[in-house]
Design a protein around this ligand. Structure first.
Ligand code: ADP
Ligand code: MG
Length: 242
């Protein structure tokens, strides 16, 4: 159920690297319970958006209000405490810990501050949800790409976020793995988590999102439902590289 209440409000958000604006004056809202698709050509600023809205990069200008609180300029751990979690486009597990320990770490050292026993119990549930129970005691280096992506997801879920930002979790997966992931993401939303879904796999964007925002060279060039966005002339031109 999508609420009319906004969970995330971003106004005039800008991130410059030197003279280059990787994000340029982006204003948008994400409502509670919504899956917002964030798409755009390579280099259009999607990962930068996630990095800024998770506090990993400081914004150059603009405002980030989450769940009624202004987070602009705060450290990443404050964004995490407020209930924002993200995955990395390139998975970043702790290499020297097992899959189970990787997920348990989040419960122990994240906002919840669980004991090792509690965090491990919770981690077992998230690993089962991600279909990784049979891999719980191996190191991340022994996982295949599909399993590493789902470990990223389990780690993000272990933070019990209100907002989950997924950065190309489907890239490199087979069609049947993509189907499995689509169902998993639907189940995450059904449990009440709001999602920003950055993805190139268009059938997944179509299947999952309630609304789509399109970035090009850091600026928002379109937003709306999938059909409107795909028929937008500026969007077509952006994808053709004109
Ligand atoms: P996308 O995820 O849409 O492919 P990114 O957000 O990764 O795009 O990148 C947007 C632009 O910002 C690109 O031109 C990229 O080279 C640049 N960029 C991203 N991160 C950095 C960084 N840490 N330092 C300098 N430039 C960066
Ligand atoms: Mg990216």
């Amino acid at each position: 159920v999508i609420s009319s209440e906004p969970l995330l409000q971003v106004r005039g958000l800008t991130k410059a690297f030197g003279g280059m604006k990787a994000l340029n004056d982006v204003t948008l809202e994400v409502r509670k319970g919504e899956i917002l698709g964030l798409i755009g050509p390579n280099g259009s600023g999607k990962s930068t958006f996630i990095n800024v809205v998770s506090g990993h990069f400081k914004s150059t200008a603009g405002e980030i209000v989450f769940d009624g609180r202004t987070l602009t300029g705060m450290d990443a751990h404050r964004f995490a405490q407020a209930g924002i979690a993200r995955t990395y486009q390139i998975p970043r597990p702790f290499g020297q810990m097992t899959v189970l320990e990787n997920v348990a770490m989040v419960g122990m050292f994240g906002g919840e501050g669980l004991s090792r026993a509690e965090a491990t119990k919770q981690a077992e549930e998230f690993i089962a949800f991600a279909g990784l129970s049979h891999r719980a005691h191996v190191l991340p280096e022994d996982l295949n790409l599909h399993q590493r992506k789902f470990l990223e997801l389990a780690r993000a879920l272990a933070a019990r976020p209100k907002l989950l930002m997924l950065d190309e979790v489907l890239s490199g997966l087979t069609p049947s793995e993509i189907n499995e992931a689509i169902e998993m993401i639907q189940r995450i939303r059904d449990r009440g988590t709001t999602i920003i879904f950055v993805e190139h796999v268009m059938r997944a964007v179509m299947a999952l999102t309630d609304r789509i925002v399109v970035l090009n060279y850091g600026s928002m060039i379109a937003q709306g439902n999938a059909v409107d966005v795909m028929n937008d002339d500026q969007v077509k031109a952006a994808y053709l590289g004109k």
